[in-house]
Design a protein around this ligand. Structure first.
Ligand SMILES: O=C(O)[C@H](O)[C@@H](O)[C@H](O)[C@H](O)COP(=O)(O)O
Length: 256
């Protein structure tokens, strides 16, 4: 069963998120010498920056061992205001202190922006190059997925009732009708998400309250976030602020 950890504010979430990241980094590097993470867009990169730009964090994070992928990405140039890569760069990567070893960041190949299926296929190939070839595995096993939750219960670019929720084969899928703009995107699929070692969701603000109630109290409705909770059970941790989780009735909930 997933756990919910609730904090007074975004700022208060940061140290707990940092501590989880540090634990996952340690386990991953001991296991295979690198730390393979995928991140979403939305409000997540800003919270991540709060967690990872602290002085203590900068010295303990082994950036040179990090491989950063995108849990979902919009089919736009990397310097476009809608780019999740651009967002992560602006919020976090550009703010790392001078001299910090650089992580290996794997963005989409913008040569294929006009053909979103090809864009997804190319990202699939990038995953094969980083995971399967080295580990002879059938599916990428991310050490940590850092995800957001939309007000409709979507995560990555997997939207409620969308046919992509039934994708079993592809690791990365194309979507051309995303209800959240921009419409053309690529996303990790549920089987890949379900194969991760750990998933951390970050959701803040009273605007998430109603959907968190549905996600946790009615998992049988099969909202994308509920599907992740069900698939991964205790490997899933939710980092939320008090306003987001107020009134949500759920047994595995702790509050600071
Ligand atoms: O590119 C995207 O649109 C995101 O990856 C998306 O899945 C996001 O994480 C959620 O919509 C939550 O966004 P907020 O945290 O901004 O509510």
């Amino acid at each position: 069963m997933a756990t919910i950890h609730s904090f007074p504010s975004k700022e208060a979430i940061a140290p707990a998120l940092f501590s989880l990241i540090l634990d996952c980094q340690k386990v991953a590097i001991e296991r295979h010498g690198r730390f393979q993470v995928a991140v979403s867009g939305g409000s997540l990169p800003a919270v991540l920056a709060l967690a990872l730009l602290e002085e203590e964090a900068v010295t303990q994070i082994l950036w040179e061992k990090w491989e950063i992928f995108f849990a979902d990405e919009r089919a736009v140039p990397l310097d476009h205001e809608d780019s999740n890569y651009g967002l992560l760069k602006a919020e976090l990567l550009d703010k790392l202190p001078e001299g910090t070893p650089q992580p290996n960041v794997v963005p989409i190949d913008t040569e294929y922006l006009d053909d979103v299926q090809e864009l997804a296929d190319q990202y699939n190939t990038a995953l094969i190059n980083h995971f399967a070839k080295r580990d002879s595995i059938l599916k990428p096993a991310f050490d940590l997925l850092l995800l957001g939750c939309g007000p409709d219960g979507h995560t990555c670019s997997l939207f409620p009732n969308h046919e992509l929720l039934r994708e079993h084969d592809a690791w990365v899928a194309a979507i051309e009708d995303s209800p959240k703009p921009p419409p053309k995107r690529i996303t990790l699929t549920l089987p890949v998400i379900a194969h991760a070692s750990k998933v951390a969701f970050v959701a803040t603000g009273a605007g998430k309250q109603e959907i968190l109630k549905k996600i946790f109290e009615s998992p049988e409705d099969g909202l994308p976030c509920s599907l992740v909770n069900t698939a991964l059970g205790e490997k899933v941790m939710w980092f939320v602020d008090h306003p987001a989780v107020e009134g949500v009735s759920y047994p595995r909930r702790s509050s600071l």
